[in-house]
Each structure stands twice: as C-alpha cells, then as structure tokens.
Ligand binder design. Structure first.
Ligand code: PXP
Length: 241
C-alpha cells in the first residue's frame, strides 16, 4: 500500500504569523503520526519563513515514524542534515519570492554537483529523493545521480484549469512514474494533492509515498488533525499497491 507522509510546514506558517510558540508543528507532527501518517515532512527554508531550526532539532528527536527533510541543496542545509540524520532528504529548488515550491529541481547538467552533494549524506545512511517534474531528461539525470527516490511534482496537474489540461498532465506524470520505475527509481508524488484529485492515481501501481501538506492542514483547521489525516489515509488505503 502507498504511504501517506504529512508535511506540517503550514502549522509553522500559522505560528510564524505571530512569531510566537503556537501552534507547534512538532506537536502537530506527533498528532499526524497517531492518526496514521507513515512519515513527517518539514521544509527548512533558507529564509526560515515557516519551519525553524528548533523544529528540525525537535522532530529529529521525537519522530516515531520517519522524517523526510525537504531542503535546498546548499552547504548550510547539508551541514544541518548531517547533524540531524533524517531518514530521507528531499532536494527541492528554492526561490525567495515564491509562495510555495513552484516546480521541480533542475538535475540536467547538474549530475556531478548533486552526486558530490549527496555523497556524504549517503555515507551517513541518509536516503535521497529529488523533487522533479515528470520530464524524461530530469528522470534520466536523477537516475545518473543515484538518488533512491524521485518525488514527481504533481503541482501542474493540481493547478490545471480544466479537465482536458488535467488529463494531459496526468498522462505526463503516469509516463514519468513508469519511466522512473523502469530505471529502478522509487517514486513518490507530491504538491497540490487533495482529497479529490488524488483519486486519479488510485490505479497507478508502485507509488511509494504521497507527500501532502496544504489540503490536510486546511481540513484540519475545520475538523481537527486526527480526522483530516485519517480521511486521507482511508482514501490511500483503497489504492493499488
Ligand atoms: N512535496 C514538495 C517537494 C513540496 O515542496 C511540497 C510543498 O511544501 C509538498 C510536497 C506538499 O505540497 P502541498 O502542501 O501542496 O500538499
């Protein structure tokens, strides 16, 4: 069965709105785990707009499932990852002005750089994932880099303006999943997935993890974290393995 990993960045966003101490994303993470999440994701941005260093330190001490540390491929983040030793690092592109991660990482032509960047992390037992668009060139480059996972960006699919555009994006993602799997890459999906659009992936085989933040936290504000996570776990439970 595919697993649900919950991104708790939005809990930190609410806290940072008042620069205070609540709500605590580390507490939210524990509640997500109790409700059935198989992993927790936090993205420590260079500008520290939501998740803080303290959150990363605490989650790495309290996690009961597995921690997926989302980060830009900078020297600072590599040092932090080596210190906290997460289960996985997911490399993402990062732009200061963006509202959220806007697209996949560019791995083409960067193979040597990423191999060098990931070598000490792999040596420390940290698994690697590359957040990429469903683009054959990016998939081939990810394979060359030797990442264990690719997380295929579902944002363009989620943002499609109509069903025709959405189906085109879906077909592109499904081709990308197949190509990645044929190359031996494990495949996760993430960005913009919600309680309805995720159903389009129900029949797609071999997805390891769904990485979901916004839609779960949006629902959690209204019905609570426990119910919001359980609702998504229930949907994913019915999917093809
Ligand atoms: N995967 C990656 C790499 C992301 O950057 C994000 C957003 O932080 C997500 C998944 C989750 O996206 P959403 O919040 O839209 O569910």
């Amino acid at each position: 069965m595919p697993l649900l990993c919950v991104n708790v960045d939005h809990v930190a966003t609410v806290r940072q709105a008042r620069l205070g101490t609540e709500p605590d994303p580390v507490v939210a993470a524990a509640m997500c785990e109790l409700a059935g999440a198989a992993g927790i994701i936090m993205h420590l941005r260079e500008d520290r707009r939501h998740v803080q260093d303290r959150d990363i330190d605490l989650i790495s001490q309290t996690i009961q499932t597995k921690f997926n540390f989302e980060m830009a491929a900078t020297a600072e983040m590599q040092t932090i990852a080596l210190k906290i030793n997460p289960a996985t690092v997911c490399l993402v592109p990062e732009k200061r002005a963006e509202l959220t991660t806007e697209g996949g990482l560019n791995c083409v032509g960067q193979e040597e750089r990423f191999i060098k960047y990931l070598t000490p992390l792999h040596a420390a037992g940290v698994r690697s994932s590359l957040f990429i668009d469903a683009d054959p060139a990016q998939i081939k480059a990810s394979h060359k880099i030797g990442a264990e996972y690719v997380e295929i960006h579902t944002g363009h699919f989620a943002d499609a303006k109509n069903r025709t555009e959405q189906k085109t994006e879906l077909a592109r993602i499904i081709d990308g999943i197949k190509m990645s799997q044929d190359l031996g890459l494990k495949v996760n999906l993430g960005h913009g997935l919600n309680y309805t659009n995720i159903l389009d992936f129900a029949e797609v085989e071999g997805i390891c993890e769904y990485s979901i933040g916004h839609s779960i936290m949006a629902r959690a504000i209204l019905v609570g974290i426990d119910r919001a996570v359980k609702d998504m776990v229930e949907i994913i439970r019915t999917f093809a393995d």
